[in-house]
Design a protein around this ligand. Structure first.
Ligand code: CO
Length: 433
């Protein structure tokens, strides 16, 4: 029941977070409810013993931390990293067009989604807009709740090979989404801007620009004879953000931790992390350095603190799919509901090495959580995570772990109910250790 409860909480979090900008806003509202204080990167920071703080950079990356009972030079930073973004479709700046009386929205592909899964879904739009207001440029979140748009399939009668050849969309020509039928005199661009202005509550003609993602309006659900699985969009990687957050916000953890506890959730992982808010940027380093400065540590003390620190990079793993047995290395099959996965790769696409893996195994044993080991097939390119990037940036030891899942990068992914609770348990153990 505990596991079920945790996953219901996760599903609510995902359904309330249809874009990375919304995900950070959801996290912020949770933090505010437990007295975390927002720090402004352009102001001087004053930190107090036992204080709880968070920093948001450009709306879609967030670092939150709780000062430990000991100074970082003695006990370091314990960091859980994850990413707020998911692969999908993003609306182009001049995306609203018309074709034969149909209003269509041109999209770009963000990261590596399974495009076919976007067909015939009740899609909608969420993200943020920038607008002019009394000489100022402001920005705010926007979300349409109703299914606003759709990518209808071509009937099988015109696509006879679909079940043999797979469902393919031409990335330029066949992905524009349908969102209405236009009256004779109606122009798609002003119509679209008006819709957005109304949805965002912005005055007419104030809209300047946007970052808008396509999302699936269908809510998350449990499935299986015993509700042992769950399905939702963006499980990769909002499930890991949620697990890190739940572990850190445990009252016992926050009160008794000796180390300074950190959760760092970055945007832009799915496109390589190279941005001022991504894991390859300065965000996390800046925050840790400024914590040190506020605690009056000098450069050597900061280096000493980092030398005692540890990063767990949490991201989803590829669960064994019984219909596709040959897709896996036979000795590294990992199973749904059999515990968090330690991901290794000889070419360091994952940050795990023997020492960091051994630490994670120890924390699992202490938390009475099973764990599994994964490596990718050698004849398939391996994915990556923020682990190697953030660890290299900080100079901090790291392990890559995550819950096993099916259908990674589908608009409707699946994972195991029990695994989510396991991950929260072991992350708590890590924070307290
Ligand atoms: Co991921």
């Amino acid at each position: 029941m505990v596991a079920q409860h945790c996953v219901q909480h996760l599903i609510d979090f995902i359904d309330g977070s249809p874009s990375p900008w919304h995900a950070v806003a959801s996290i912020e509202s949770v933090l505010k409810a437990v007295q975390f204080v927002q720090l402004d990167e352009s102001a001087k920071w004053q930190l107090h013993a036992g204080g709880r703080y968070y920093v948001i950079r450009d709306d879609s990356s967030i670092v939150l931390f709780v000062l430990g009972n000991k100074v970082p030079t003695e006990s370091g930073f314990k960091i859980v990293g994850a990413h707020t973004d998911s692969p999908g479709l993003r609306i182009r700046p001049n995306g609203a067009t018309s074709s034969d009386g149909f209003a269509r929205l041109g999209v770009e592909i963000y990261g590596g989604p399974i495009l076919a899964t976007f067909a015939d879904r009740d899609l909608s739009v969420a993200g943020r807009i920038s607008f002019n207001s009394n000489e100022q440029i402001l920005h705010k979140l926007v979300r349409f709740d109703q299914p606003l748009l759709r990518l209808p399939n071509l009937a099988i009668h015109m696509n006879r090979g679909v079940n043999e050849d797979g469902l393919k969309f031409h990335k330029q020509n066949e992905l524009p989404l349908l969102w209405g039928q236009l009256a004779e005199s109606q122009l798609p661009q002003p119509y679209w801007r008006e819709l957005l202005e109304n949805a965002a509550g912005v005055e007419f003609n104030q809209l300047a620009s946007w970052d808008l993602a396509i999302f699936d309006t269908q809510k998350g659900a449990f499935w299986g004879a015993n509700n042992e699985f769950y399905a939702d969009s963006q499980i990769d990687n909002l499930a890991s953000c949620h697990a890190g957050l739940r572990a850190l916000l445990d009252e016992d953890v926050m009160q008794h931790a000796e180390s300074t506890l950190v959760c760092a959730f970055f945007d832009h992982e799915e496109i390589g992390s190279e941005s001022h808010i991504g894991a390859a940027g300065s965000f996390l380093t800046d925050v840790l350095q400024r914590i040190s400065i506020a605690l009056l540590l000098d450069r050597e003390d900061t280096a000493r603190a980092l030398a005692r620190s540890f990063l767990i990079s949490t991201d989803m793993a590829h669960a064994y799919h019984p219909n596709f047995p040959s897709a896996y290395d036979a000795d590294h099959r990992v199973f749904i509901n059999k515990g968090p996965v330690i991901k290794s790769n000889a070419n360091r696409r994952y940050s795990s090495e023997s020492v960091s893996s051994a630490h994670f195994m120890r924390w699992c044993e202490e938390a009475e959580v099973p764990y599994q080991r994964y490596t990718h097939r050698s004849d398939l390119p391996c994915g990556s995570t923020i682990g190697p990037i953030a660890s290299a940036n900080l100079g901090v030891r790291s392990v890559d772990v995550g819950c096993p899942m099916w259908a990674m990068h589908s608009i409707r992914e699946s994972a195991g109910v029990q695994d989510h609770e396991y991950l929260i348990k072991v992350l708590k153990q890590f924070f307290l250790n």
